[in-house]
Design a protein around this ligand. Sequence first.
Ligand code: ADP
Ligand code: MG
Length: 546
Amino acid sequence: MTNQPVQPIFIMSEGTQRSQGRTAQRNNILAAKLVAETVRTTLGPKGMDKMLVDTVGDVTVTNDGVTILEEMNIEHPAAKMLVEVAKTQENEVGDGTTTAVVLAGELLKQAETLLDQEVHPSVLARGFRIAAEKANEILEKMAEEIKIGDETVLKKIAQTAMNGRSAEANKEELSALVVKAVKAVIDVMDDEFSLDTDNIKIEKKVGGSVEDTELVEGIILDKERVHSGMPKFVDSAKIALIDSALEIKNTEIDAKIQITAPQQMQAFLEQEEKMLKAMVEKVAASGANVVFCQKGIDDVAQHYLAKKGIYAVRRVKKSDMEKLARATAAKIITNLDDLNDKDLGKAGIVEEVKVGDEMMTYVRECKKAKSVTILVRGGTEHVAAEIERSLHDAIGVVSSAIRSGKIVAGAGAAEMELASQLRRFANSLSGREQLAVASFADALEIIPRTLAENAGLDPIDVLAELKSAHNKKEKWAGINVFTGKVMNSWRTGILEPLTIKTQAVSSASDVAIMILRIDDVIASGEQPQQPGMPQGRSGAMMPPEM
Ligand code: ADP
Ligand code: MG
């Protein structure tokens, strides 16, 4: 038996790469740390920007964690998991993406030290789980309540999200705009309210300067009126929203019309014209002086609409029709016979405006607009795009703050306070989990440390001062990145929604735990190329799912 030659057996296809145990773990941790390290330099008001160039040479200049990671086309599986952390943060809160990724990277770095001390990964994972739960509890208790009416506070929250971004130069005006927009789209029902940020439309037009960015209480459409004979400006607009075509329908069933004499042709055209005229009459009879049509408008109908002095726009996107309905309180009508004055929406003004070199339709001065538009202006495409991203973040934090009703102070204050309370909690534990919880607390300090480093300050001095302040129960002690001194972040107005921190803690710990538990990475070999498939880099392309 023993002397028989051993036949190797293959259970996986040729080319499969496998790494196990320590090697697998270390590689994953290294990849995740590299991702965190990449975005770390952008954190905070003194963080730097990144310039990303895609395969066709398009350039994005940004400071936004999730945008950077999405554009980077990361391939390593563990690194990709960190990108997911940023995406979750983006979807749930809208800001704090860099914070979440940096925290995840630091948790893994701390874990590595403990792994070196022969702490078993599953003990570590359990410890991190305990720590994350406790951390969220502490954060909840630490947070202060706010009300929807606290405009000054809401503006500060918006401004904190803009610090360090190109929007910072105009943060006073932009934050006011953001708060106004978010408050406009809140739906109040009895004691409850709902808030859907999709009702804030951001339109971007290159040209002008950032100061020209404006909030329209209503909708801006990237469309012009269909006929030059129509008015350019309509006062006290009464708006009909129609989602069917103002055209004679092509009959669904093929109908053959036999025309034998020229008069018949004439009669046929006249008949068609009559029907179109009748359609316009119905619109006019409802009292509408503006029509937004989701489908086409026949030339003849355009002519009659113009004659009646009605402003009309065609082929409006369905999503915009819905926003128009919310903004003007109009009802979307399919059958013209149903249209009456109760279905019409109202707006102070509907007008065609030249923005840059394009014509746009503004529906403005909607009383109680439940859907609003921010028109972003900026000298170049890159400037406008980065302003748009900052506004998006600011809208996210203001809405999160309103939704949860709780906020904390930033500039490292929340993280330092959390770390110090968590350390106290760790001391109450026994066994090896205590080590894991203490490491979790240490990891949280990466946020203030990075803020200090990015500001060119000595992180050791800053952290020591911060620690002593928090030991003296100064719970909102944070870093003044301009002077390097400790400040009261709350009083300075560096405010953030509680959810930005709880979400960062949850997703960072989830991903760290998941990565720690992996001890075997099996990567299947290259897929055989399918005929007709473009030749990609290995692993970069997946055959489309059928
Ligand atoms: P993220 O993608 O995580 O939002 P940012 O680059 O926006 O990354 O940085 C957010 C961090 O910057 C938060 O910790 C916040 O408290 C901090 N921060 C914002 N404004 C200031 C400020 N004026 N001074 C110090 N820290 C600040
Ligand atoms: Mg931010």
